[in-house]
Design a protein around this ligand. Sequence first.
Ligand code: FAD
Length: 389
Amino acid sequence: MRRPLPSGADVVIIGGGIIGVSVAYYLRKMGTPEVLLLERGLLGEGSTGKCAGGVRVQFSTEINVRFSLVSRKVFDGFREEFGVDPEFHQVGYLFLASGSGHWKVLLQNAEMLRGFGVEVDLLAPEEIQMRWPFLRVDDLVGGSYSPGDGYAGPYEVLQGFVRGARRLGAVLREGVEVTGIRVGDGAVRAVETSTGDIVETSVVVNAAGPYAAKVAELAGLDLPVRPLRRQLFFTEPFKDLPPQFPLTIDLAPGWYMRREGEGLLLAGPQDRESSFNETVDFAAQEWTAERSLHRVPVLERARIARGWAGLYEISPDHHAIIGEFPELRGFVCVNGFSGHGFQHSPAAGMVVAELILEGRARTLDIHPLRPTRFREREPLHEPLTAFRD
Ligand SMILES: Cc1cc2nc3c(=O)[nH]c(=O)nc-3n(C[C@H](O)[C@H](O)[C@H](O)COP(=O)(O)OP(=O)(O)OC[C@H]3O[C@@H](n4cnc5c(N)ncnc54)[C@H](O)[C@@H]3O)c2cc1C
């Protein structure tokens, strides 16, 4: 027998990925009476379930660094707050620059990050070689290493937020798609669902990840978030590299590598064209092998065991889009994280809950992330992403 949906809620969240469940948790934590989250499939089955789990402070804009610092505090206290180990492996992040452009970015970043009190080591190729002898360095200008960074478990963090939100009384429903958004007098009124229910509400949170533009369309809004396939590959157990080394990003090709248990996770390519395609292809495996062998020659002895593909949710300036459009009250976007939504999910949930309950975000100034910045011609710029433009 189908459980009926409530006929109304203070806030309806569309999408049960890491962003939606974080928003649900913080809304309840801050006292919103009725929080209803609707996920059309299973919680976490979207981009969140495909994510590499990278958690870093090494970004090149202040807003991204601030999101990372606020989120890091939550990851650090995650086990106490949520009763779930987030599996944070603090192995550091190592960015490698083989051209003067990328090196300049790393130099500028290091200065900015040190201003925030973040430890960053700028390393010459010889120092990189000394610390991680398995890396090829003859074509590098240098690298930047942040020992506090690392990777965590997307499943574990998702479960933490889900359990936390439910414990506090949020209703999280799977298998319910939002098919329509009713608006009137410049404000949100209700959502229509695949189950035939209509849920009245004055606040809808768009947490639909790569599908965010489609959800915005339901409300008559044009949200510039596009899906972009990224493929990843896993090797069989591989003992010829140390059991622990930094998540290493080769900036020029947009390739990265980290440990995944006894094997390795190797970044495959990212598509150039936007689509919802989530298949894994042979050309991507070839690309991955070529980039991997170039940077880590010993990988010649590794065997790829399997691959998967997921969708990045790309915004025009590779920064999140958070807030309302002035033309529609109550439609709150929290989208476009462009490949770093997992690590910024705690801060994102917090600021969205504050925005909804208090009218403005307290923890961080999110004005630079407002949805109207593109038409106002005030985009941000973030060169330190693991993918190419
Ligand atoms: C290969 C890959 C590697 C990545 N690596 C990292 C990383 O190392 N670090 C990092 O921080 N981030 C990484 N990311 C990005 C990260 O995964 C995303 O930023 C994050 O998961 C976005 O979460 P989300 O909740 O917005 O989206 P999703 O997890 O996609 O959740 C959105 C949900 O909305 C649901 N939905 C859509 N439309 C509707 C509707 N109409 N009604 C109901 N439900 C709907 C979907 O079913 C989906 O479950 C990676 C992404 C990919 C693809």
